[in-house]
Design a protein around this ligand. Structure first.
Ligand code: SAH
Ligand code: DHB
Ligand code: MG
Length: 212
């Protein structure tokens, strides 16, 4: 038998997630990009929301709703709320339907449009969050980190997906705008005195930070 990759080995220990499979099928049917957060990081998001007791959750980049479901699963029964920001109206509609399918219709809100504008609106409205998951356009990760810190309650947690960009972050010959922004983001989250941060190198990389 071939030796398994570490991620595949640990993934194989968990029961299949019907929501993940249903969402993967919906993504295939619609010809959408198959880029939901890795299963192990979905479980980590649920765990972190539950362990921190976060109530007001924000996600930047909803796609088909998988990460939103993982975040919402960490909330206490019938309490708390997920706010999702999504540029693409069709994706937002699918993500809302998937969240409703899992029973989160009354505890999730979808804001359609460029996240930078939605974040500015949330800030103007004085909205604050306990958990913020960054997973949209990579060029704007440094901007999203600034907003995340400004929208964070004290001791909030910030998580960000795809810090390795499938290896491009580590490849010095790659100098495109997404790669440069991700390098800037990775360094900023590591060094910001307002944060206590960690970088996880599994899957495509995940950054975590607690706001002091
Ligand atoms: N978090 C999702 C995957 C997100 S994929 C999950 O794990 O299930 C990235 C998403 O960001 C896509 O749905 C894309 O449409 C969205 N996106 C891209 N640019 C954006 C922007 N400027 N504002 C808001 N969303 C954006
Ligand atoms: C890709 C993966 C992601 O999780 C994402 O948010 C964006 C792009 C990718 O592999 O291309
Ligand atoms: Mg991602």
């Amino acid at each position: 038998m071939e030796t398994m990759e570490p991620e595949a080995y640990f993934d194989s220990l968990f029961e299949a997630d019907p929501a993940r499979e249903r969402i993967a099928a919906a993504i295939r049917e619609r010809g959408m990009p198959d880029i939901s957060v890795a299963p192990g990081y979905g479980r980590l998001l649920t765990l972190l929301v539950a362990a921190t007791g976060a109530r007001d959750l924000l996600e930047i980049g909803a796609l088909a709703g998988y990460s939103g479901i993982c975040l919402a699963r960490g909330l206490p029964p019938a309490e708390g709320k997920l706010t999702s920001l999504e540029l693409n109206a069709e994706y937002a509609e699918l993500a809302s339907a998937q969240l409703a399918e899992e029973g989160y219709a009354g505890r999730s809100e979808m804001i359609v449009g460029p996240a930078a504008e939605s974040l500015a609106m949330l800030e103007r409205e004085g909205r604050r969050f306990d958990f913020i998951f960054i997973d949209a356009d990579k060029e704007n990760y440094p901007l999203y980190l600034e907003y995340a810190i400004r929208l964070a309650r004290p001791r909030a947690v910030i998580a960000a997906d795809n810090t390795l960009l499938r290896g491009r972050t580590l490849n010095p010959s790659k100098q495109g705008p997404a790669v440069q922004a991700m390098r800037e983001f990775n360094r900023a989250i590591a060094r910001d005195p307002r944060l206590a941060a960690a970088h996880l190198p599994s899957y495509d990389g995940l950054a975590l930070a607690a706001v002091k």
